[in-house]
Design a protein around this ligand. Structure first.
Ligand SMILES: *[C@@H]1O[C@H](CO)[C@@H](O)[C@H](O)[C@H]1NC(C)=O
Ligand SMILES: *[C@@H]1O[C@H](CO)[C@@H](O)[C@H](O)[C@H]1NC(C)=O
Ligand SMILES: *[C@@H]1O[C@H](CO)[C@@H](O)[C@H](O)[C@H]1NC(C)=O
Ligand SMILES: *[C@@H]1O[C@H](CO)[C@@H](O)[C@H](O)[C@H]1NC(C)=O
Ligand SMILES: *[C@@H]1O[C@H](CO)[C@@H](O)[C@H](O)[C@H]1NC(C)=O
Length: 908
């Protein structure tokens, strides 16, 4: 993981209290605003640092990949059969759920040569794109799967019989069911034998379509129009069943999630908007209007933002619907990033199914209106909506009016929904903001499990996959979220393409990537060796078992262990843990003997990134700086050990949870000099032959040794004889980590040059590190000033180049004057999205940059009030020179502005 940018922020945070500098120092205040935003994001809300991080080799994972096969991107779980179906490139596999390395079946599906050559002729790559990428894998019935592949840009579907695992060669046209291009975004869901897809309908991928395919009916699809779908990237689709026997006779609904280019906001570039859309399962299209098209297609904006900062996450990457027996209690979880990836932030937002339904069944519609001659704008429709409600599913009330299917819907309703597929009311997240914000990662996938904990509450545990092959596991609380651990699932740092959770029989997480499949347990309780660690992890899967004194997975041993023997506290309050009986007698200290002048590494592996590491020597906090280097992940390095360095060293971890400090001794050493019988005074400290295992060690010892040699008393640095290799074992080989949590390879000794200048790899500022570095503060100050200067230069440059958000733009405009051309799209968008202090109070002053900024913001995420009563504020960008009298609200006439068709082939 690359933590460098977070470290930069943290460094500044640690050393700087934000200067609230008045007018004169403009540069600094710009800097302050910019930094302030970052700091606020890190301070606000549920920003999360994974407490523990497991490397790929730390945990036991099961992997599967077949030689020569790539792109394992489609997964289908069958809990009943206990198997995982995998769609890859030119192959479908059946793997055991409990051990994916066991392949029970496979079928190969290649592209015939004539298809292949046609595909190559069209300019696609024979090695990759033209192959048959299996992208649809859905359970058709008990006995077969429905399978579709891209098949050399000619999508084809077939049935796979599970009995003998064979394709029946009933080749069906895959257009509208599967994408042509294996790289194009795409989603499907099978509901009662009907396949719902979101994909492209043509070779170029330019005609987006949401469709339903069933054996008995013809394809039902979306209108080809930019108001219906505008360059969408589909991420997910699923059904919410309401059941025919529900009181109001409502239909089941299929929800689609995608990111598309906004039509309702004017921007200088393409502004992306995350959407939720839905169709009714019983929809069969209209009689005359909307023939063979959805009569129930409606979509709304999915909001994931931090309103207090005006920061918007506007790209949705994946969605998981946590379903409950009563559909109203279901929760939709989505992972988002910002279109402007430069912030390096990912967010998880959750949506209440009840409020989603509220928006779709009661929300107002958007209406396209023409302003001036050609310029169109979307405004909220305030006229009378026809009945039955356009886009609603057929329910009992309709049936009482003799409308039993969408074929019987009146033309007025159908024409209206055709022209108004977009709802004005957005779907806002639970709590009005993200559930979780992560810095410096791009989340790509999400899976959620609802876990009953021992405190009789249920907790939602979120697994998010990243583009670097890791998974974050977080638990959601009333007031935020806590990231329990980060697991490097994939061997390579490649994106996780699919993430599936099996919650019935096997509790495993399955991840698909380009290079293979990985199966991981959902918890690593047995990695926590102490009660404190087990409880502080705050993992609802884990509890400390007093009898066996081990951290166990309660879902594996639930029935055998009585609850009172288990200790779990999801606030992390570990005060009930038995007091560690660790008598601090000299036997408990590991003896470490080093040669004078050499260095000693005292390992101390504190697994929790939320903990502070404190070293104590002879019972007092380590304060002497010269010889010590604190390595956060690995321990303490004592340079050029002299007699005064001998003593008792203790490594403590201090972790705050539930408002309490939990302090534990992690490792204890008794460091002493191993004086050879016969010392030979010599200026040369460096022994020529160290064991190869500690090469880095030697370098430092050498560097430091020379250093000390000039300053220190010569008698303290006797050099051992060159031949004397055996007793001269460096600390690394004599000391073993007392509390090492895994038997994995010893952490590598990290020795950055003058490492004390780099901030400690912790997100809580570590006071002990500061103490250790006190003598270097001069250099530190110099470096800090240097970096600060460079930073200012960078800010100034970026500001000048218009890369930075609105406050900077305003400053820039003020400095350079208002005559500048309109900003390029990035600045414009960010100006619109990240404006921190909306100045809506005063009347819009009709001049220069001020007006521009306002206009930009107005075309961005507008608040409802800006629309007024279906009126449009007059100060749009194009009208900058118009007089206010032109601000006449125009009437909405829904019939005179039909939707614009994206192609010539007429809808009827
Ligand atoms: C398939 O895998 C290869 C190798 O990782 C990758 O380069 C390619 O982009 C993948 N193709 C798709 C469609 O994901
Ligand atoms: C969803 O909203 C409804 C009504 O606003 C509320 O009763 C329900 O508790 C909410 N559910 C969740 C999971 O927040
Ligand atoms: C996230 O993705 C963007 C664009 O794909 C990339 O530029 C950025 O470096 C990624 N960030 C991280 C932390 O991986
Ligand atoms: C620890 O105490 C011993 C004597 O008890 C002393 O020689 C040594 O210098 C002390 N070590 C440190 C690092 O203060
Ligand atoms: C926890 O320890 C820190 C120092 O490590 C101290 O500043 C703080 O007051 C302590 N908090 C409590 C609740 O004891």
């Amino acid at each position: 993981m690359n933590h460098s940018s977070s470290l930069d922020i943290m460094t500044l945070k640690g050393n700087l209290t934000l200067p609230k500098i008045p007018e004169p120092n403009m540069a600094l205040s710009v800097f302050g605003v910019f930094l302030g935003l970052l700091l606020e994001i890190s301070a606000h809300g549920p920003s999360s640092v994974a407490r523990t991080s497991w490397r790929h080799e730390d945990v036991s994972l099961v992997e599967f990949s077949e030689p020569g096969v790539l792109n394992y991107s489609t997964l289908l779980l069958s809990e009943e059969r206990g198997v995982l179906y995998v769609g890859a490139r030119e192959a479908i596999f059946e793997l055991s759920l409990n051990d994916v390395s066991i392949k029970t079946n496979q079928v190969v599906w290649k592209v015939p040569d004539n298809h292949m050559s046609k595909c190559v002729l069209k300019g696609k790559s024979k090695e990759t794109d033209c192959q048959n990428h299996i992208r649809v894998l859905q359970a058709f019935d008990e006995k077969s799967l429905y399978v579709c592949g891209t098949h050399a840009f000619q999508p084809l579907c077939d049935y796979l019989t599970l009995e003998d695992f064979r394709l029946i060669n009933k080749h069906e046209d895959g257009r509208g069911k599967c994408s042509f291009d294996p790289a194009q975004s795409f989603t499907t869901v099978m509901v009662d034998g009907e396949l719902y897809s979101g994909t492209a309908y043509n070779f170029l991928g330019s005609e987006p379509i949401i469709s339903r395919y069933s054996v008995s009916q013809s394809l039902l699809r979306t209108e080809y129009s930019t108001s219906w779908l505008n360059e969408p990237s589909f991420v997910f689709a699923d059904v919410i069943r309401e059941g025919r026997n529900s009181a109001d006779g409502e239909d089941d609904k299929i929800y689609y999630f995608f990111t598309e280019v906004s039509v309702e906001y004017e921007f200088f570039g393409k502004l992306l908007i995350p959407r939720i859309a839905r169709v009714c399962k019983g929809d069969v299209g209209g009689q005359r209007t909307l023939q063979k098209k959805w009569t129930s297609f409606l979509k709304a904006k999915l909001v994931c933002s931090m309103p207090e900062l005006n920061f918007v996450f506007n790209v949705v990457h994946d969605v998981f619907i946590l379903k409950t027996p009563d559909w109203r209690e279901s929760v939709i979880y989505g992972v988002f990033t910002s279109q402007w990836g430069n912030m390096g932030l990912s967010a998880v937002c959750a949506y209440n199914m009840t409020s989603v339904d509220e928006v779709f069944s009661r929300g107002r519609y958007m209406q396209k209106a023409t302003v001036e001659q050609s310029h169109t704008k979307w405004v909220r429709y305030n006229g009378i909506t026809p009945t039955p409600r356009p886009g609603a599913c057929i329910n009992n009330q309709n049936r009482r009016q003799n409308i039993n299917s969408s074929l019987q819907l009146p033309d007025k309703t159908l024409q209206f929904v055709k022209d108004h597929p977009l709802l004005a009311d957005p779907v806002v997240p639970i709590g009005n903001g993200p559930r979780l914000i992560a810095r410096d990662v791009n989340y790509t996938q999400i899976a959620v499990e609802r876990v009953p904990a021992l405190d009789n509450n249920v907790y939602d545990v979120i697994f998010t996959g990243t583009d670097k092959g890791a998974v974050h596991k977080s638990v959601v609380y009333e007031g935020g979220a806590h990231t329990i651990e980060e697991i490097q699932l994939l061997r390579n740092r490649e994106p996780i393409k699919t993430l599936l959770l099996s919650t019935h029989r096997a509790r495993f997480l399955y991840a698909g990537s380009d290079s293979g499949i990985v199966q991981s347990p959902t918890a690593f309780c047995d990695k926590y060796m102490t009660c404190e660690d087990c409880v502080l992890a705050r993992d609802p899967y884990c509890a400390w078992e007093r009898q066996t004194t081990s951290c166990i997975n309660i879902f594996q041993k639930k029935n055998t262990v009585p609850h009172r023997m288990l200790l779990q506290n999801l606030q992390g309050d570990a005060s009930d843990c038995p007091v560690a009986a660790r008598p601090r007698t000299s036997e408990t200290y590991q003896q470490v003997a080093v040669k004078p002048g050499s260095s000693a590494e005292l390992p101390c592996r504190v697994r929790s990134r939320l903990a502070q590491v404190l070293w104590r020597v002879n019972g007092t906090d380590l304060s002497e700086a010269a010889h010590f280097l604190l390595m956060r992940d690995t321990g303490l390095l004592v340079y050029s050990v002299g007699p005064e360095d001998q003593g008792r060293y203790e490594c403590w971890s201090v972790e705050v949870a539930a408002g309490k400090n939990f302090t534990r001794l992690v490792a204890a050493y008794h460091l002493r000099l191993d004086l050879p019988e016969r010392t030979r005074p010599s200026a040369d400290v460096v022994p020529p032959s160290y064991p190869e295992s500690s090469v880095e060690h030697v370098d430092t010892a050498a560097a430091k040794g020379n250093n000390v040699n000039t300053a220190g008393p010569p008698t303290l640095t006797p050099s051992p004889p060159a031949t004397d290799a055996l007793p001269l074992t460096p600390a690394t080989t004599t000391v073993t980590d007392a509390d090492a949590l895994s038997a994995g390879p010893r952490p590598k000794l990290l020795l950055p040059p003058r490492a004390s200048h780099s901030p400690p790899r912790t997100d809580t500022f570590d006071p002990s590190a500061k103490l250790l570095q006190r003598d270097n503060s001069g250099t530190l100050l110099f470096l800090f000033l240097l970096f600060f200067f460079l930073f200012l230069v960078a800010v100034a440059y970026n500001c000048y180049m218009r890369f930075l958000p609105a406050p900077c733009l305003r400053l820039r405009a003020a400095l350079l004057g208002p005559q500048k051309k309109p900003q390029p799209e990035y600045a414009a968008c960010e100006g619109g999205l990240m404006e921190t202090a909306p100045d809506r109070a005063g009347p819009p002053r009709q001049n220069g940059p001020q007006l521009q900024l306002r206009a930009l913001r107005d075309t961005g995420y507008e608040t409802e009030s800006e629309y007024g009563n279906g009126k449009v504020a007059s100060h749009s960008y194009e009208e900058a020179d118009d007089t206010p009298s032109k601000a006449k609200p125009f009437d909405i006439d829904c019939d005179s502005h039909p939707i614009e068709y994206a192609d010539a082939d007429a809808p009827y």
